[in-house]
Design a protein around this ligand. Structure first.
Ligand SMILES: C[S@@+](CC[C@H](N)C(=O)[O-])C[C@H]1O[C@@H](n2cnc3c(N)ncnc32)[C@H](O)[C@@H]1O
Length: 277
């Protein structure tokens, strides 16, 4: 019964090894003014600070340094949306907020950015990680995205039907099927025709629920993700173009040792969901 027995030490890797990608180096250099040995020692210090706050694999396995959405072939199109004048961008389950910094390092203004998380701990560490307490203008929304009613929440209500780009990396996979439906419908509430939802998350070749320390996770394959979004579209009476790619975790940049605790059918899903109507 290994799934239940797993604890967070299974996904803690001490050494940074080859995990510092060119993408991350670009962001730290251009947004934070950090490079070389200074950057590496900074990363060791702040990563361990982040681990005391939150014991997710994205922290323990240095996944905040992956190429992530910058590795998508559609990254130029994502940037184009983000750079539209007054484009509104929200990072859901933002954690450290590296995806917002990625856009910022590519010249996207942070003035119309929002970051939402149930816990503000990683977001606060993010200011230290990116040394940008004064230049990062994104507004942090402290909310449980499963319980929040966007119509009633002071921070979210002005964003209903207004968001151009939603970032949702390693977020909704944390939940079971029913909660993923709730979260996805809340995303639709914030969207308008043309909105893009972008992210990547863990999947399994055989879609199934697996228990984790924070709750029951439903790991999708492409078919089950499409099924979920069929239901979302029916229940919200919206139409979305669903571009979902199954990918090997090594193609995200994960090492063999990073995935050793996972079942053999581990994989990742990259998704770009574009609202058509
Ligand atoms: C695995 S981390 C991913 C962080 C970041 N998006 C990334 O790609 O590294 C998941 C984040 O979602 C947040 N989270 C979990 N449940 C949430 C909820 N119900 N509402 C809002 N945020 C939640 C966690 O606090 C955590 O920061």
């Amino acid at each position: 019964m290994p799934a239940l027995a797993l604890d967070s030490s299974s996904w803690y890797q001490v050494e940074i090894g080859p995990r510092l990608t060119a993408t991350a180096e670009f962001v730290f250099l251009n947004w934070s003014g950090l490079a070389g040995e200074e950057l590496v020692s900074h990363l060791y210090r702040v990563r361990d600070q982040a681990w005391t706050v939150s014991k997710y694999p994205c922290v323990g396995l240095w996944m905040f340094l992956l190429d992530g959405i910058a590795g998508f072939p559609q990254f130029p199109a994502i940037l184009e949306i983000a750079k539209q004048p007054q484009a509104k961008i929200i990072d859901l389950g933002c954690g450290l907020g590296q995806d917002l910094r990625l856009l910022a390092a590519h010249g996207v203004s942070t003035e119309n950015m929002w970051a939402l998380d149930i816990d503000d701990g990683l977001w606060k560490v993010g200011y230290d990680l990116f040394r940008d307490q004064t230049q990062m203008q994104a507004k942090f929304l402290h909310a449980d995205f499963l319980k929040v009613d966007p119509a009633l929440n002071q921070g979210l209500s002005p964003l209903r039907g207004e968001v151009d780009l939603m970032l949702a990396s390693q977020f909704t996979h944390l939940f079971d099927w029913a909660d993923q439906l709730t979260a996805s419908k809340n995303m639709v509430d914030l969207s308008k025709p043309g909105t893009m939802i972008v992210g990547f998350q863990q999947g399994r070749e055989t879609a199934r629920a697996i228990p984790r320390p924070w709750g029951m996770m439903f790991y999708h394959n492409k078919d089950s993700f499409l099924q979920l979004w069929d239901v979302v579209q029916q229940q919200t009476e919206t139409k979305w173009k669903l571009d979902i790619t199954e990918i090997q975790l090594k193609d995200w940049g994960m090492l063999d040792v990073d995935v050793a605790w996972m079942p053999d059918d581990h994989m990742g899903l990259n998704f770009i969901l574009t609202r058509e109507a």
